[in-house]
Design a protein around this ligand. Structure first.
Ligand SMILES: *Cc1c(COP(=O)(O)O)cnc(C)c1O
Length: 805
């Protein structure tokens, strides 16, 4: 009779990380040793941990290659419609663990590396993040690639191989310091250079008009070199391609001043995308341009790659000699555009003089596109000169500029926002006139995150606890988490979820102690605010709350207080003065209260340095409370909010972006929603926002502001935070004070619920159970059906070395 399984054996059996088959373990060990010898040219006496990382990376990479070739061969034979996701950012983070997860090799690799006497987590930590993005937009592109492959779509990510990723952030005396991110220093085992697909890209020169149409001549040529990175789907043997371009100007290239050089780099790399979309199309089959839009879909991740539109027109009109109407029809039916922001300062407007010089033919084409567009408006709205001016692609002024958002709307058959509320705002504000003109063009595609990286990889304990109850189908069908509603009152599940969270908190506390030499109270609320530092995201509102908590403890030191550890992290754009001051304020406040003996371990404030994908994977599973507190109407969607929800943190947030849909899914009573709605913000704007009213009316707000402005947190330099104080008091576009009172009261409710761990965890379970909508698989299936006209497929491509079925 078989002996009963121990707990850990049972867990291994249901483990969502794959099963460690003996044969796989033996093969992995062999391959690892082979790579250490032949690839790294080392033996175990002299190998460094980095050598071991590379040996493991190559071992795992070998498992991708056959599937990658097979997948591309499959696309060649079946010739499905191709999806090109054009993005200036792909914020991929690390690749090793993600590859093991998606190939189901994680447990086998764990075991192999353990048997070799090494620590796999230590090796994983050696990998550099691929930081080819700034934040949400770039991370979205990375999540989309994972979902595109998992849904079996013939998709390609097209972008730029930046030699330096987003800067590494250091903190010195509380100030942000930026250091270059030399991520390719030790080599990148995941990419394959493809010099054979190098392409010429043309710049400068001038346009000749001939009987045969326009000829762009006397150009200077830049060579664009593609590097391919495999993108595996989850256990479906599909491996798609992310193709990143590197541009090198020949030595004699005319680069006059720095500004031009900078814009040039942006343009050359953006522009090199298009030639190749066409090129891979040429190489795949006989070129039948009439069918381009039925064979290819191009999705523009914001306006950054909007040059694809005039470039496609150039190829169709100048090279393929199509008449204008046909070319325009094909272009608009091929392209679609995703809008990511309504903040006016973030909408791209490129100076016309740049185009005149660098891309004169594209400028002509844009003028021609604009002329036909304005003729159309003039015919529909006779005499409405204001409307013509508002809708033009060209903005008069000094300098004259091209409105890239208008170009993107006109050149696309679909325009989408990234959350319901944002898509409505887009229609009623930035693109109001365009919506009136073509209402059917406008869509919504609420953002999502990949549950592979953001649950399976970063929170295996939670993934296992869930799989033990509902099986592992939720990994590719996240709506199945709904079944957990049947476990809200299940004591064993409540205990498991609470235990996993506690383990994650202890692990993160150990990390903090190691990195920051700070001891934190692991039974405190881990209150986490991580995202780019920006006024609209309102880290200052959080800061005012922290100061308020501090003042309350000081006022009544013996009163019961629910302990909190407040973690704030994020990078400030190097030229964004106010964001840098906000970091300095957070670190200064932390210095005062972390060292105040009266406070003790009841309240700690830690600035998490160098927030990036790999740090998000550590902190989010350890969080109790997720801060999503932007001014209503400013955060298009957010995706950080979704990662926290899926990982068992409760949300304190405004009715903004996807928070609205999170509340709709989980029930508003299961989130801590506070503050002005979009309508309230509009009403307040109409009435006139006066910060002073709140300052005079709310004593705790006044006290906190007076402390900041009098140097309480910067005794050596009392005026240090003058710019922050002046902004908050006299020109705060994001109305921090208007939400202060509601925010502080809402935070009291958070503390109240946290006092009852069982009740807290039940709310956590309800949130997890209702987070299914926020899988990027759902988002991508909607893009596929509603914009690209393709159907996701659950069919597995046959694995390599196995006969075709
Ligand atoms: C998800 C993510 C973001 C986006 O966070 P938001 O809160 O939606 O702004 C930014 N940076 C990193 C590293 C992320 O993983």
């Amino acid at each position: 009779m078989a002996t009963p399984l121990t707990d850990s054996e049972r867990r291994k059996q249901i483990s969502v990380r794959g099963i460690a088959e003996l044969g796989d373990v033996v093969e992995l060990k062999k391959s690892f040793n082979r790579h250490l010898h032949f690839t790294l040219v080392k033996d175990r006496n002299v190998a460094t941990p980095r050598d071991y990382y590379f040996a493991l990376a190559h071992t795992i990479r070998d498992h991708l290659v056959g599937r990658w070739i097979r997948t591309q061969q499959h696309y060649y034979e079946k010739d499905p419609k191709r999806i090109y996701y054009l993005s200036l950012e792909f914020y991929m983070g690390r690749t090793l663990q993600n590859t093991m997860v998606n190939l189901g090799l994680e447990n086998a690799s764990d075991e192999a590396i353990y048997q070799l006497g090494l620590d796999i987590e230590e090796l994983e930590e050696i990998e550099e993040d691929a930081g080819l993005g700034n934040g949400g937009l770039g991370r979205l592109a990375a999540c989309f690639l994972d979902s595109l492959a998992t849904l079996g779509l013939a998709a390609y990510g097209y972008g730029i191989r930046y030699e330096f990723g987003i800067f590494n952030q250091k903190i010195q005396n509380g100030w942000q310091i930026e250091e270059a991110d030399d991520w390719l220093r030790y080599g990148n085992p995941w990419e394959k250079a493809r010099p054979e697909y190098m392409l010429p890209v043309h710049f400068y020169g001038h346009v000749q008009q001939t009987e045969d149409g326009a000829r762009w001549v006397d150009t200077q040529v830049v060579l664009a070199m593609p590097y391919d990175t495999p993108v595996p789907g989850f256990k479906n043997n599909t491996v798609n391609t992310m193709r990143l371009w590197s541009a090198k100007a020949p030595n004699d290239f005319n680069l006059k001043d720095y500004y031009l050089t900078y814009r040039y780099h942006q343009i050359v790399t953006r522009y090199s995308n298009m030639d190749n979309v066409m090129n891979s199309y040429y190489s795949n089959k006989v070129f039948e341009v009439m069918f381009l839009c039925s064979q290819v879909a191009i999705q523009l991740n914001d306006t950054h790659p909007a040059l694809a539109i005039p470039e496609l027109m150039r190829i169709l009109v100048d090279v393929e000699k199509l008449d204008w109407e046909k070319a325009w029809d094909i272009t608009t039916r091929t392209c679609a555009y995703t809008n990511h922001t309504v903040l006016p300062e973030a909408l791209e407007r490129w100076p016309v003089h740049l185009f005149e010089k660098l891309l004169p033919r594209h400028l002509q084409l844009i003028y021609a596109i604009n002329q036909k567009h304005l003729d159309n408006i003039a015919a529909l709205y006779p005499g409405d000169m204001d409307r013509l001016k508002r809708m033009s692609l060209i903005e008069e002024g000094d300098p004259k500029r091209i409105n890239m958002a208008h170009l993107s709307v006109i050149g696309s058959h679909a325009v989408n926002g990234v959350a319901q509320i944002h898509s409505e705002i887009v229609k009623s504000t930035v693109f109001k006139d365009f919506y009136e003109l073509e209402p059917d063009k406008f869509q919504n595609k609420t953002n999502g995150i990949t549950p592979r990286r953001w649950l399976l990889l970063c929170n295996p304990g939670l993934a296992d606890a869930i799989a033990e109850r509902i099986g592992d189908g939720f990994i590719t069908d996240l709506y199945q988490l709904k079944k957990l509603m049947g476990y809200v009152d299940n004591e064993a599940f409540i205990r498991d979820v609470a235990n996993v969270k506690q383990e994650n908190k202890l692990k993160f506390a150990a990390y903090l102690e190691n990195e920051y030499k700070i001891k934190i109270n692991s039974s405190s609320i881990f209150d986490v605010h991580v995202k780019r530092i920006h006024e609209y995201k309102r880290q200052l509102l959080n800061c005012l709350h922290i100061i308020t908590l501090y003042n309350r403890i000081k006022k009544e030191p013996n009163k019961a207080f629910v302990p909190r550890t407040i973690l704030i992290g994020g990078k400030a754009a190097p030229g964004y003065h106010m964001a840098k001051m906000i970091i300095k304020l957070i670190t200064s406040v932390g210095n005062v209260l972390n060292n105040d003996p009266i406070v003790g371990d009841r309240l700690k404030v830690i600035f998490l340095v160098n927030y990036r994908v790999s740090l998000a994977e550590k902190v989010i599973p350890a969080s109790d409370l997720s801060e999503q507190i932007s001014t209503a109407g400013t955060e298009a969607s957010g995706t950080g909010n979704m990662k926290f929800m899926l990982n068992g943190a409760l949300t304190i947030g405004t009715m903004d972006g996807a928070n609205v849909e999170m509340a709709e899914e989980a029930g508003e009573e299961n989130l801590f929603i506070f503050g002005m709605r979009v309508e309230d913000v509009a009403a307040l704007d109409k009435k006139g926002y006066n910060a002073r009213d709140y300052y005079d009316k709310l004593p705790e707000l006044k006290q906190a502001m007076d402390q900041i402005s009098s140097g309480y947190f910067s005794p050596k330099e009392p005026e240090l935070f003058k710019d922050i104080v002046d902004m908050l008091m006299y020109h705060d576009r994001f109305k921090v004070f208007a939400d202060f009172e509601a925010y502080v009261k809402c935070q009291e409710k958070v503390s109240e619920l946290y006092k009852n761990p069982r009740k807290w965890t039940k709310v956590v379970i309800k949130n997890i159970a209702n987070s299914g909508k926020f899988s990027s698989d759902r988002t991508i299936a909607q893009y596929a059906r509603e914009i690209w006209g393709v159907e996701p497929s659950a069919v597995k491509i046959p694995p390599p070395n196995e006969p075709k079925a």
